[in-house]
Structure formats: structure tokens, C-alpha cells
Design a protein around this ligand. Sequence first.
Ligand code: F6P
Length: 324
Amino acid sequence: MKRIGVFTSGGDAPGMNACIRAVVRGAVYHGVEVYGIRRGYNGMITGDVYKMESHSVSNIVQRGGTILKSARSMEFLTKEGRQKAYDKLMELGIEGLVAIGGNGTFTGAQLFCSEFGIPAVGAPGTIDNDLYGTDYTIGFDTAVNTALDAIDRIRDTASSHDRIFFIEVMGRDSGYIAVQSGIAGGAELVMVPEVLTPISEVVETLRQGWSRSKSSSIIIVAEGDEAGGAVEVAARIKEEVDEDADIRVTTLGHTQRGGPPSAYDRILASRLGLGAVEGLIAGQRNVMAGIINNELVYTPFEDCIRLPKPINEDLMRMVKILSV
Ligand code: F6P
């Protein structure tokens, strides 16, 4: 393989730049030309690409976001869009791709290869940590630390005012950020999409706390919880407990997606970026590079897309025991 492309797609995640850097420098090290594709699959369709050299990725290891920009491409979902992308890649002589992103990114890459034969190797970049085939995804650790910083601050004011706070963290289909930031932040309860938490259990947890003279409580709600987001849950609790209960809601939203990556994410992204590009050069096809038990492994896109990554039940159990 003489020439490859690299792109970021889907929701951005802190550490994507460190990953791009590893891909580019890894390719240069192995004498392979590398082109940066801007705005994910959209850039592939429009030919928004540029040749990257070692210096193209100087001073980015510490930066959040992605210098290649990102998008969720609607056009690539169509056969015509993918045909245009293929034609552009052929014009440019790009023979393989490193795709940095999540589920949607790998679904696109898999389909693209089955139709047009352009192989890809993925690096998991999403704050959600919802990908089978790796213990952690790029950006997750930073997002947890960002959420934790907010939780710590909210705890100060919750305690001063004897309030109940519902804090909503990201995770449309995944409760990883909620569980980990909840444990680290000493939350009373964590509500995640993977586990059913009846409103009666939330009320019960609060009542138990009051019976032990707890004057403030923090409940972390993943945005995709079956009961709704933090606003909906807080409204239900007011109905159940007391319309005048001193309850506040904070939604952390996209603050969790930005900021400089943690040391952990920079190292993870570097390992996965290098693993992806070296895998592609060595002949790996349509697999995602991941780290499991500290070892680099390659898992077929098919499995990463199809198989669920269950929430760690020990951690969920721990939240309950430690909030007593
Ligand atoms: O997949 C990452 C993620 O941040 C989810 O946690 C969240 O639900 C979604 O992206 C938000 O997407 P957007 O930035 O398009 O609103």
C-alpha cells in the first residue's frame, strides 16, 4: 500500500488529534503517503483532502477537537454518495483508509468496502465508550474527568443549600460516562440506559438518605435513560416527593466533548492510531484496533457494530453500596 487516507467522523472526542498524529507519523515512518480527509465522509465525497507530512501534525497532541474536522454525512448513506467518494479516492490514488470514529463511522467503512473494495482499519474515537472490541475508546477518560470536575463543583453548592441535584451526562445509548463519573463523584444514584431504574427506586434512595440525615444528594442521569433526561426525571421526582422540593438540574452537554485530552487519552489514542495504520499497512482489513487487557487487538467491524458492550454490573452494584 503506497497511499492511504485518514479521517475523523461522527461526534468528535478529545484525543482524536493525538490519534491523527500517530497515524500520520506511523505512515511516514513506514514510507507510506498519507492524505488527510476533512469532515469525514463528506470530504471524501467532495475531494476535500490534503497531503499530510510529519509537520502537519506538530503541536496537536494536546488539543481537543479534530484538526480534520468531523461530520455525520447524510450523502454517504446513499449509494450515489458512496460512488462519488470512491471516484474521488481513485482520482487521488488512495488505496486504504484509517477511520477514526464510532459505530456509524465503522458501519459506513464496512459498507463502502463491501461495495467498492477500499479497505479500512478503524480507531475507536467516541466519548461514549460504547464500542465492543476495546476496553476504552478515545475521549472517554477525558469526558469522565470533565463531568467529574462539574460534579465536584455542584456538590459544593448542593451541600451549602441542602439541595437535590440531577446532573445529566452524555450517553444516548450508553451509561459508561454516568457510571464512572458517578462513582468518582460519590453520587447517590446513577441512571443508565442499560439498566431499568424505576422512579420509585429514585424516591426510595432519596428517602433512605434523608432518614440517615443526608441533606443533599446528587443523582447522575445518562441522557439516554429510559425515564428521559435529567429534566424529565427531576419533574417526576417533584411530583412524587413534593412539588416544593429544592431540586435543581444541570445538563453538562457538549462541555464533555471538548478540552485537552487527559494523559490517558493521549497515550491510548497514540497506541490505537499507530496500531490502526500499522495494521492497514500489514494487510488488516475492515477491523478496529482496540486495547483489551493492555494488549493491542483487531476486531472485525461487524462485531464492533453488532455486539453490545455491556455495562459493568460490579460498578453498578458499587454505586448502591457506597451511597449508603
Ligand atoms: O456519540 C457521542 C455523543 O456525544 C453522544 O453521547 C451524544 O448523544 C451525541 O454524541 C450528541 O451528538 P451531537 O453532537 O450530534 O448533538
